[in-house]
Design a protein around this ligand. Structure first.
Ligand code: HEC
Ligand code: HEC
Length: 307
């Protein structure tokens, strides 16, 4: 037999063996799955056809001599035959382009089944059901629901008692600690705490109207302790002069102006969960996977445990 054919057969056998070893023998391979079997059969056919077409042309190259009409161009004695593009080939090429466009716009990738799509649909359906079922929950039951959300989602960072695990995250048993207030007064804050972009000015934008001057380091220390103390102790006068125009006389905040820094409210916690937060302690991730009711519930829970 011709050496070329022998080589082709050996190569084909080798490819078949490799294909079998890589997928055929595995679980979920040839025997279990019709789609796999079809794909493998196709691959095998392609290998065989390719090998024998190549052999045909290699043989032809060995015996063929060139013929045909030469083009006018000539590069140092090397000429080129006039070969127009075969019509069949050109048509195939154009059709492939059309098919490619179809494939990428309305074909497989866009309109195919996807696990992520199914997951999203399931979540949406579940949320609709959940919303209807839990719409009426208020009061103590809302707090209980919030506690279970807290234990599932938040205790890894905030600790089982919400004390922040020695400063790993915010201690949620009180609204804010002095170091965090000080950090905000020095650096400003831009965490969408009132639900929209409304940054807190840094120390270069904080006037104490009592003294008519920018806030001082000493005043920052006093006011930080005052806020962290639940708006009590020394500093009420500085607060009135420098903060109350935005945060309100009692620190309870004003809608669209400044957040409540005296107490947690469900709305404030929801906002933190929606936008996340970055502060002196670290980064609080946002929680897109909680729905509005769950955010409200965990907010009610935190409001109930904090002073
Ligand atoms: C011009 C209005 C304005 C003034 C004056 C102002 N604040 Fe604020 N403050 C804001 C806004 C707005 C935010 C919310 C910023 C954000 O979204 O991160 C904020 C946020 C804060 C926070 C962050 C709360 C948190 O949970 O991290 C603290 C603490 C705070 N302010 C304390 C003060 C104190 C103390 C003063 C007085 C020295 C003061 N602010 C003066 C507008 C103001
Ligand atoms: C990956 C850790 C992590 C997880 C999980 C986490 N937090 Fe936080 N959280 C933080 C950190 C860190 C801060 C402090 C941010 C700062 O520096 O002010 C924080 C701050 C907060 C604050 C204070 C915001 C303020 O304005 O003072 C609230 C409220 C809060 N988290 C609620 C939650 C709730 C509710 C959950 C669960 C749904 C949760 N966190 C899950 C890390 C986390």
């Amino acid at each position: 037999m011709n050496k070329l054919y022998l080589g082709g057969i050996i190569f084909t056998a080798l490819m078949l063996l490799l294909t079998y070893l890589s997928v055929g023998g595995s679980k979920g391979g040839l025997n279990d799955d019709i789609v796999n079997t079809l794909a493998i059969t196709g691959a095998v056919a392609l290998v065989i056809i390719t090998v024998f077409v190549v052999i045909k042309y290699v043989r032809q190259m060995q015996v063929d001599s060139a013929s045909g009409e030469l083009a006018d161009e000539n590069w140092d004695g090397i000429g080129e035959y006039k070969n127009s593009v075969p019509t069949g080939w050109a048509v195939m090429f154009l059709l492939t382009m059309v098919w490619g466009m179809w494939y990428f716009t309305i074909g497989y990738p866009v309109n195919a089944y996807s696990q992520i799509g199914e997951y999203n649909e399931d979540v949406a359906a579940h949320n609709t059901k959940f919303k209807a079922q839990y719409k009426e929950i208020t009061g103590d039951r809302l707090v209980e629901m919030g506690e279970s959300v807290f234990l599932a989602e938040c205790k890894v960072c905030h600790g089982i008692n919400a004390d922040g695990i020695d400063g790993k995250a915010a201690n949620l048993n009180r609204r804010i600690d002095a170091a965090s207030v000080k950090h905000v007064l020095e650096k400003g804050s831009n965490n969408k705490l009132i639900g929209m972009e409304m940054p807190m000015p840094d120390r270069n934008g904080l006037f104490n109207t009592n003294s008519g001057a920018l806030i001082t380091d000493a005043e920052i220390d006093v006011i930080s302790a005052y806020v962290a103390n639940g708006m009590s102790g020394d500093g009420a006068d500085i607060f009135a002069g420098a903060c109350s125009m935005c945060h309100g006389a009692d620190g309870m905040g004003m809608e669209f102006v400044a957040p409540n820094i005296a107490t947690f409210t469900p709305a404030l916690v929801s906002t933190v969960l929606t936008h996340g937060k970055k502060g002196s302690i670290g980064v609080m991730p946002k929680f897109d996977r909680l729905n509005d009711k769950q955010k409200e519930a965990v907010g009610a829970y935190i409001t109930s445990i904090s002073k």
